[in-house]
Ligand binder design. Structure first.
Ligand code: ADP
Ligand code: MG
Length: 691
């Protein structure tokens, strides 16, 4: 089950110059010290403690047999392969090797000539030649040589590093390392955990009679201890970063809130209860003398932008600047328009800075930022070297998961007059366990309520054989005064093909929807062309917008009530959810049509089913996490955070909570112990986390 985690997730450092070949291979596995070896636990176990007669061995299950070699040949049909005919007293067995070395042929021939026995481990199946094993593991043994007494560990390894060699190294590390417990007796008792030393020994060298099922399934108490330790290290490291940040100074943004109240008074809507709550949480943080680092989560359409605008007002009222960074031109520009419409009437100066501005305009925008423009909205252009802020007090990052750790740090560094407060927003809902685990160094606010009056979006799954009907539905929507998006397939391997698909689709649809105005927007358009197209769509001049995923995040055109996604099976769930969130923003009944190509793979079907059955982003994310594991969720962030190798956030949710509690207590009451634990688990990797 843990097989998918085979590639160790540790950030592999480049091996030091002059490292031996062995060291380099170990380095590839993230193993840089004896201690790393100690914590390199098996992926699974093989049972070599018994041999079974060939004819009694069940098929398609790992078994060990002991056979004599009777015949060795290289055959060419159906393809070139090494074939050894073997037998024991019960029957015959063919061994087949499609890739083999000359030395292997010799070895098998010697075994045949000298009558030596082979101990062979693998799965038997009924094959081309009869009962056969393909690419089994084998070794030649003396007559009557003893069988191992315990299960054999199988470790994650890399090309050129044999299991046997790795096993030996780890055995040595186990014998020579200090296995002292990082937790004391009382802590073990309270948490119902096994001692570390016993757990490590058991996992590397399981004793005879161990509960094999629990061991293979990572449910053995020894695994529980290791998983806990891993989670504890993660929590300690994130928590420590969090506390370190609280030591730093930031401007107190504690104005009475007159600007924010003015903004609220001129809105055409009232904040939802959830928006009010998160706004209070943010306002409280801003008033403190250390930098806020808060993640504002809220499903697509939950209304995060207005909350960010309120935060900006707070900074501005205190005489500081706010920066608002978004990941795409389209989105940043849309924010710029919306924020200026809200804030300029209050007398606030709003500047626009994007990479696509002509150089004179860009210079001017940079000068505005340097001269103290109260709010600066833009793309990555905000973090370029030639941008300076006079007094940056608040940095807002929209769709934060689209940015890397380094980019968010860059924005923070723009605060020449001190560290600015940071507000990060994300519509990719992060399941609770994941948030607790990977975002333990952030404070999290959640908007868990949509503004009232939204009609739910109907989702339909339609085979692309019925594409004509869907085109009819688009025409119908437009004739009823609505607008539609038509999202084109994503072709992973090639941005060019991707683009071509969008261009072709646009041409075809323009023909099929003759008489309607059909626009096209994709990532290769010049920013001003993109902006013009989006503006025309927002103004209703374009009725149907053919788009690639550039419209995935944040775009807000309330009159668009129909979204068609072609080849929906190729999209990630979070992406589909985001795309679907582009409609259902007005009062009109909205629909999202997921066109899929047949035949659908099993996972393809499972994924579309999740989107079809769920509208709650958190539930979708939870199920997605089950399908995919955490790696892709944390995205760019993972560069700074060790992925978990042993703990599983779904299965071990209880341990995540326990580890979090203990981490907090240790850092408060027993820092040396926390330090010892971190050294064992992060050792050479800790510096990576300081990013
Ligand atoms: P997201 O959280 O996805 O960024 P937005 O901030 O873009 O959502 O908000 C979506 C739409 O809902 C916008 O048009 C916004 O003005 C509107 N909106 C936000 N809050 C409310 C509210 N409390 N009542 C009604 N409409 C709201
Ligand atoms: Mg948004």
């Amino acid at each position: 089950m843990a097989e998918k985690k085979a590639g160790p997730a540790k950030a592999a450092k480049a091996p030091a110059k002059g490292a031996s070949a062995l060291q380099q291979k170990l380095g590839k596995l993230g193993l840089h010290s004896r201690n790393d070896l100690l914590l390199h636990f098996p992926l699974r176990y093989e049972d070599e403690t018994a041999v079974v007669p060939v004819n009694e061995a069940p098929w398609d299950e790992p078994v060990q047999v002991e056979v004599r070699v009777t015949d060795v040949s290289i055959q060419f049909r159906p393809r070139r392969q090494l074939v050894a005919r073997c037998e024991d007293d019960s029957g015959e067995l063919w061994l087949r090797f499609l890739n083999f070395y000359g030395s292997q042929v010799k070895q098998l021939e010697t075994a045949r000539d000298e009558g030596r026995k082979l101990r062979v481990f693998g799965e038997i199946r009924g094959g081309f030649f009869g009962s056969e094993m393909v690419h089994p593991r084998y070794k030649s043994v003396e007559e009557g040589s003893a069988l191992p007494q315990s299960l054999t560990p199988v470790y994650p390894t890399t090309a050129g590093l044999a299991q046997s060699a790795l096993r030996k190294l780890i055995g040595k590390a186990l014998a020579e390392s200090d296995l002292a417990d990082t937790l004391d007796e009382a802590q073990l008792q309270a948490l119902d955990l096994e001692p570390f030393a016993a757990s490590a020994r058991l996992l590397h060298a399981p004793p005879p009679g161990v509960d094999e099922f629990a061991l293979q399934n990572h449910r053995h108490p020894a695994w529980r201890r290791i998983k806990f330790d891993e989670l504890l290290a993660q929590q300690l490291s994130l928590r420590r970063a969090y506390l370190a940040r609280r030591e730093k100074g930031a401007p107190r943004l504690d104005a009475p809130g007159a600007l924010a109240r003015q903004l609220l008074a001129q809105l055409s809507f009232q904040l939802t209860g959830a928006q009010q709550r998160v706004w209070q949480e943010i306002a409280r943080d801003l008033a403190e003398a250390h930098p806020m680092q808060r993640l504002l989560q809220g499903d697509v359409g939950s209304g995060k932008t207005i909350v960010a605008a309120l935060a900006a007002c707070q900074a501005i009222e205190c005489g500081w600047q706010a920066a608002f960074m978004a990941p795409t031109e389209i989105l940043a520009e849309q924010h710029y328009k919306k924020l200026s419409a809200w804030l300029e009437p209050l007398g606030i100066t709003v500047a626009w800075l994007s990479g696509s501005l002509k150089s004179a305009k860009k210079k001017a925008a940079q000068q505005e930022a340097a001269a103290g423009a109260q709010l600066v909205v833009g793309t990555h252009a905000l973090i370029q070297a030639d941008v300076d802020f006079l007094r940056l007090g608040l940095a807002i990052v929209d769709e934060q998961h689209r940015f890397g750790v380094a980019q968010r740090l860059e924005l923070r560094k723009k605060g020449k007059a001190g560290i600015p407060h940071q507000l990060m927003m994300s519509a990719t809902p992060i399941p609770r366990t994941l948030a607790m685990s990977y975002y333990a160094d952030l404070d999290v606010s959640v908007i868990d309520e949509l503004p009232p009056g939204r009609t739910p979006i109907r989702t339909k799954l339609v085979s692309d054989a019925r594409r004509d009907e869907v085109v009819g539905a688009v025409r119908h929507a437009v004739e009823s005064g609505r607008q539609a998006y038509w999202v084109c397939p994503l072709i992973e391997e090639s941005e060019k093909l991707d683009l071509q698909a969008a261009i072709d689709t646009h041409a075809i649809l323009a023909e099929e929807l003759e008489g309607l105005s059909v626009g096209l927007v994709h990532g290769r358009l010049k920013p001003d062309e993109k902006a013009a197209t989006m503006a025309a769509f927002a103004a209703g001049e374009i009725q149907v917008l053919v788009a690639t995923t550039v419209i995935e995040v944040g775009v807000d055109v309330p009159n668009a009530s129909l979204m068609v996604i072609e080849h929906a099976e190729r999209f990630g769930l979070a992406q589909l959810h985001q795309l679907r969130g582009r409609v259902g923003r007005g009062a009109h009944e909205s629909a999202c049509v997921l066109l899929y190509a047949t035949p659908l793979s099993q996972t393809g079907r499972a994924r579309l089913k999740i989107i079809y059955e769920n509208t709650d982003g958190f539930e979708i994310a939870r199920q997605d996490l089950q399908l995919r594991g955490p790696g892709e969720f944390v995205g760019a962030r993972q560069s700074g955070v060790p992925l978990l190798r042993y703990a599983d956030l779904e299965m071990d949710a209880d341990l995540v909570e326990l580890a979090r509690d203990l981490a907090e207590r240790l850092l408060r009451d027993d820092p040396p112990r926390a330090e010892r634990h971190l050294r064992r688990w992060l050792g050479s990797r800790e510096e990576l986390l300081k990013a």
